[in-house]
Every structure is written in structure tokens, then in C-alpha cells.
Design a protein around this ligand. Structure first.
Ligand SMILES: NC(=O)c1ccc[n+]([C@@H]2O[C@H](COP(=O)([O-])OP(=O)(O)OC[C@H]3O[C@@H](n4cnc5c(N)ncnc54)[C@H](O)[C@@H]3O)[C@@H](O)[C@H]2O)c1
Length: 331
């Protein structure tokens, strides 16, 4: 099936967020037209950060930004019309731990909001969707052996470990139903802990970097042995943009997008200490409910379907994050 590499009209939800803003920039650079949607939600981190990002995006030629809540049917109907080629749906409440405090908020945005998007796509005759799922759907299965084996997309994912993870798995099923009933074409991309410039300030790498640079105590949950497959933003965006080009009506693909170099929490802290040039002051706390001991992506499907090949290893990625963060932390 031929894919279009430029000239499409792509709607990106969550456009003012971390992954959304980078996706918009890459799409514009590749010659696409972008309509970005964002509610400037202030739950996980300040809306001002997103408004500043949106102001930067608005300066790019070929970008239109719409302030709208994805649960607002009338607003979404105004955006998703028959001029749209692909919907890249990244808007969500992210974050594992906060979802334990307010699960109903997550249900509304992630389930109802995605429902509004796909209902409108159905009404408008749109059939191509790229969706942001998460490695958190793999969860924790008591007694399983995935401490050493990579997560594969054929895992049944019956044990999401947090309300957030459960909403992402529900989304995958919600989209599968729309494919079966209405021929929606879907790429559900399972992102593995994404980091890089503009990353959410609530995420570990941003928190650790801030604390180490300022000499403040850094709260570490667990004994430091938990491992994550950290994925640099540019690699994730390459996968997202490849999926936007590849998705066809009636297809349904779940695809891991990971970095493939897992590192432990303790190694991550050491790497940030070396990069920043200061020691961490560690405040050790027990593991939190909802945290998983390891994430590690098999990217065979991503390679096969999308030509995905992550190139940024953690040391290079952390250096690039620090180059972006350092002047902002001094300001
Ligand atoms: N960052 C990661 O490591 C990671 C990992 C796995 C999955 N994801 C998923 O990728 C997507 C993007 O994550 P991110 O890290 O860029 O987060 P982000 O919070 O920076 O971006 C999400 C954006 O969605 C917007 N939004 C929230 N609720 C909305 C609503 N009701 N209507 C319209 N917009 C709304 C927010 O204002 C925000 O700008 C999310 O779906 C997230 O669950 C992220």
C-alpha cells in the first residue's frame, strides 16, 4: 500500500504537550498541514507551559491551533471534518501515580475523550487514526519471567497496574471495536518512557535533573533496581510520523516504540549526576503502588511495519535534555 510522505492534513490532539508539540514540528517540517487541539489542562503540570509551547508552534507556517476539550463533542465536530487525512490522538491524562488519586478524571479524558474522537471520525467518514498507548499496559503479572524478556505486543495485557494503564488498555480495545464495526484504521503505539526537551516536569528525568542541579533532595522510590526502557523524543516522533504515513482504513496494529537500552533507576541517577556535574542528595522512599519493576520493549514489529530504529542512547539523550534544561533552570 502506497503511503503519503507529505501534503496531508493531520489533526494532532494534545498538540501543546510534550510529545504532541514535537510531533507537530516534525509534521510541518515534512510538508504536512497540522491542526493542533489542546485543552491546556493544568492537572499534571502548569497550563502556562503548554500555552508557551502553543505560542511557539503557532509561529510555524501550516499550523492551526484550536483550544478545545476532546470531551466537547461540538468543538471536536468543528475540527474533524472531511478535509482531515489522519488523526493523531495524543491528548490524554498521562502519569501513573496521579491516576491512583483521581481515577475518574482519567476515565473521563482518556475513555470518554477518545470515544468522542472516534465517534466524530465515524460521522465524518474519517478512517485513519494513530493513537498514543503506553508500555504501562504490560503491568505486573505475579510470578512472570518478563524481568529478563522483552515485552511483545501479543502479550494479553490483562494486568495493567494503575488506573492510567487500564484506560490505555481499554482504549486499545475501544479502537479494536471501531475497526471491527466501522473499518477504522488504527495504529496504537505503546510508548516506553519518553524523555527529552520539553518533557513533562512531573516525569522522573525532569524531576531528578531539577533536584540535582539545585542541590535539593531527590525522592527515589524503591531500591534503585527498577529498570526502564527510556526512549528519546526524536526516536518516538520518528515512529509516530511513520505510523501516520502507514495507517490505512481497516488496519489494526499495536506497536511498541521503545529505546531498547534499559537502565536502572540507580544508573539513571548516576548518569544525570555525571551530566550535571553534581552529586544527588537522595531521599529514599518505598516503591509506590502502580509502579512496575521493569519495562523493556521488543521493537521487532515497529522495525518491520514502520522501519523504526531508535538511535539515541541514554547518555546522548540525557546530554541533549540537559543542554535544553540547564539554561531554563538557571533562569
Ligand atoms: N511521556 C511518556 O513517557 C508517555 C509514555 C506512554 C504514553 N504516553 C502518552 O502519550 C501522550 C502524550 O503524552 P505527553 O507526555 O506528551 O503528555 P502531556 O501531558 O505533555 O501532553 C498531553 C496533552 O493533552 C492535553 N489534554 C489533556 N486533557 C485534554 C482534554 N480533555 N482535551 C484536550 N487536550 C487535553 C494536555 O493539555 C497536554 O497538552 C499521552 O496520551 C500519554 O498518555 C506518554
Amino acid at each position: 500500500m502506497a503511503t503519503r510522505q507529505s501534503g496531508m492534513h493531520v489533526v494532532v490532539t494534545g498538540a501543546a504537550g510534550f510529545i504532541g508539540s514535537h510531533t507537530c514540528e516534525r509534521l510541518i517540517a515534512a510538508g504536512h498541514r497540522v491542526t493542533g487541539v489542546d485543552a491546556f489542562d493544568g492537572y499534571l503540570y502548569p497550563a502556562d507551559i503548554k500555552r508557551a509551547t502553543a505560542a511557539e508552534l503557532a509561529r510555524l507556517p501550516g499550523v492551526r491551533l484550536v483550544e478545545a476539550d476532546i470531551c466537547d463533542r461540538a468543538a471536536i465536530a468543528g475540527v474533524l471534518d472531511d478535509t482531515v487525512d489522519v488523526v493523531c490522538h495524543l491528548a490524554a491524562l498521562a502519569g501513573v501515580r496521579p491516576s491512583l488519586a483521581e481515577p475518574l478524571r482519567y476515565l473521563r479524558t482518556n475513555i470518554e475523550g477518545t470515544g468522542v474522537i472516534v465517534e466524530r471520525m465515524r460521522a465524518a467518514g474519517l478512517h485513519r487514526l494513530v493513537f498514543a498507548s503506553s508500555s504501562s499496559v504490560y503491568g505486573i503479572v505475579p510470578g512472570d519471567t518478563r524481568q529478563v524478556a522483552a515485552f511483545r505486543e501479543d502479550d494479553p495485557c490483562l494486568h495493567p497496574a494503575s488506573p492510567y494503564a487500564a484506560t490505555k488498555r481499554m482504549n486499545e480495545l475501544q479502537l479494536s471495536t471501531y475497526r471491527d464495526l466501522f473499518g477504522l484504521g488504527v495504529y496504537a503505539l505503546r510508548f516506553f518512557t519518553v524523555y527529552g526537551p520539553r518533557q513533562r516536569p512531573d516525569m522522573a528525568i525532569a524531576r531528578f535533573t531539577r533536584a540535582i542541579a539545585r542541590g535539593e533532595p531527590l525522592t527515589l522510590f524503591g531500591d534503585g533496581s527498577s529498570r526502564r526502557d527510556y526512549t528519546f523524543i526524536d526516536d518516538i516522533v520518528s515512529g509516530v510520523v511513520a505510523a501516520i504515513a502507514a495507517v490505512t482504513p481497516g488496519s489494526y496494529e499495536i506497536v511498541n516504540l521503545g529505546g531498547t537500552h534499559t537502565i536502572s533507576l540507580a544508573e539513571l541517577v548516576e548518569l544525570i549526576e555525571r551530566t550535571v556535574g553534581k552529586p544527588a542528595v537522595i531521599d529514599r522512599q518505598p516503591s509506590q503502588p502502580g509502579d512496575v519493576p521493569v519495562t523493556y520493549a521488543s521493537i521487532d514489529r515497529a522495525r518491520h511495519l514502520l522501519g523504526y530504529e531508535p538511535t539515541t542512547r541514554p547518555d546522548a539523550g540525557i546530554a541533549r535534555y540537559w543542554a535544553w534544561a540547564a539554561p531554563r533552570l538557571r533562569a
